[in-house]
Design a protein around this ligand. Sequence first.
Ligand SMILES: [Ca+2]
Length: 167
Amino acid sequence: MHYVINSPNGDPEIQTLDVGDAIEVNGHGTGGAVADMDGDGQVELLLSHGESASEPLTMYSVTEGNSNNYIRIFVKHKTGAPARGSSVRLFLNDGSSQMRVIDAGSGYLCQMEPVAHFGLGSKVPSSMTIEVRWPDGVTRSFDVSNQINKQFTVQHPSVCNGSNFCS
Ligand SMILES: [Ca+2]
């Protein structure tokens, strides 16, 4: 498993992560996905197995980084369903940004949760904004400065219901 960090010169750098117990060498076809299964703001790793065989799922929780900060954005389609295919860009007051696409399909035997999860590490930004772009091209920006370590929902503008993240 690999992850991306910002190197000291600001360029993205890919590093290998020791997955520990999650190295599973037995089983038929295997898929992997990450999702926050217990709502604590850290994603768990889910592995599916089996193809046509009956084999159990396995779930792994991480033991590091439980004091890291995060922000999670659940973008809804105008029908109320998860807005798969939407993009969410998070801008921090330090000038950095991150982008996530609400997963429309991950790969063989797996599907990620339809939430834009942004890990912030130890950062506590004094201000944050997001720009959401739905698959129909509608784009809106929101101030999310007070949403650190939370998950919140962004409604499609055509079905605003008075929520904070709807315009
Ligand atoms: Ca979790």
